[in-house]
Design a protein around this ligand. Structure first.
Ligand SMILES: [Zn+2]
Length: 92
């Protein structure tokens, strides 16, 4: 492992870290503070800010999924019931 020089700017970033790791985003983080990459098939450890970004994206993806399935059906049912009412309501 590379010895860190005190004049090296990286030294400040990794100061006090037990196992410094460099994230894909360029941020240094301690392996102990790292988070698992949520992307499919990835076994990478990523920094906290990338992790938070992934959580936000996951949340929005879930909301979109929810809207595309559940809520869309509700709207569809409402529309069909309206048409049915205009035609004279349910037969039975
Ligand atoms: Zn990162």
């Amino acid at each position: 492992m590379k010895e860190f020089n005190e004049n090296d700017s990286v030294y400040d970033e990794v100061d006090g870290m037990e196992m410094p790791c460099k994230c894909d985003c360029g941020q240094w983080f301690d392996l102990n503070d790292g988070k698992r990459d949520l992307r499919w098939g990835s076994n990478k450890i990523i920094c906290k800010s990338c992790h938070n970004n992934q959580l936000k994206r996951k949340d929005i993806e879930d909301q979109i999924y929810e809207l595309e399935t559940h809520d869309n059906k509700k709207r569809e049912i409402k529309k069909l019931k309206k048409i049915l009412d205009q035609l004279g309501g349910p037969i039975n």
